[in-house]
Design a protein around this ligand. Structure first.
Ligand code: MN
Length: 290
């Protein structure tokens, strides 16, 4: 397994972060991976991304990205222009993924995120599903040509509506029929939707390509009541050997907090405290998972 940290842990905005600073920090804290938002790699210059890759290679840290499309660029939209913009945005992300030396792109690439406003409308779920599959077939084939695997993140009912469980997401993958598209499971979302976390992991099996971890309230692993032993058992049962990225979000205020609904500080915003929490969490997770 490769253990990672999402750069948004320390930040209030998705864009214009000093990516090299967080890459060095991830390496110093003992992580194998630094995960960035799609917005971070889209807004950075090509030169910045090349420098980031050079630094990351030197430090032995992998860099990868996870993205949520806006509603205006949703790949499941009834508006064909929106779907075309979404597919185009994914293609621009593939260019950036290549620049950071990665071979994968994760996220809610199949629709838009967060879809909190959907409950106010009469949703054509079947239409959304079919249009999403049509868009993703195009996006997946383009990705395959570049050796990129898409990791579709299964999110909870408050953040997405096309699928909320591993079972339904696997049905989507079956209908899509593209071998370079896998699942990204996130224990934060699974805790809301799945009957059993380890059963969901076992069901995904070899089609689980990437994993996000954190506590139910978004604190770092080990500070809450997530069933870590059960999760570890599921991962052992499928011989999981890919990325395990922490996505703690603990700081209130700003764009990052607003998108993940953090309305209070969940630990001290002091950077030394933030970092020591990560050292604790990485040690905790390795003891559980390895
Ligand atoms: Mn996640």
């Amino acid at each position: 397994m490769k253990f990672g940290i999402h750069y948004g842990y320390w930040l209030h905005t998705w864009e214009n972060a000093d990516l090299k600073y967080y890459c060095r920090k991830a390496a110093n804290l003992g992580f194998d991976l630094l995960e960035l938002s799609g917005h971070a790699i889209l807004s950075a210059s090509e030169a910045e991304l090349r420098e980031l890759r050079e630094l990351a290679d030197g430090l032995g840290v992998g860099v990868n990205a996870c993205h949520g499309l806006s509603r205006e660029n949703s790949t499941s939209s009834a508006d064909s222009a929106a779907r075309a913009r979404g597919i185009d945005e994914l293609k621009r992300l593939y260019d950036r993924v290549e620049l950071i030396g990665s071979r994968q792109l994760g996220g809610t690439l199949y629709s838009y995120w967060p879809s909190l406003d959907a409950s106010n409308e009469k949703l054509d779920l079947r239409g959304e599903w079919d249009r999403s599959l049509e868009s993703l077939a195009v996006a997946a084939d383009e990705a395959a040509g570049r050796g990129i695997t898409l990791m579709l993140e299964v999110v909870n009912r408050f953040e997405g509506y096309l699928f909320n469980t591993a079972k339904d997401a696997l049905r989507y993958l079956d209908e899509l029929g593209r071998s370079n598209v896998k699942l990204l499971l996130d224990v934060f979302h699974m805790n809301i939707e799945e009957d059993s976390l380890s059963d969901a992991i076992r069901l995904a099996g070899g089609r689980l390509g990437h994993l996000h971890i954190g506590e139910c309230n978004r604190r770092v692993p080990g500070r809450g009541h997530m069933p870590w032993d059960d999760i570890a058992q599921g991962l052992r049962d499928i011989g999981y050997d890919a990325g395990v990225v922490m996505e703690p979000f603990v700081l209130s205020g700003g764009e990052v907090a607003d998108s993940v609904k953090v309305w209070r500080d969940l630990n001290s915003p002091d950077e030394d405290v933030m970092d020591s929490e990560l050292r604790f969490a990485l040690d905790f997770v390795k003891k559980k998972f390895l």
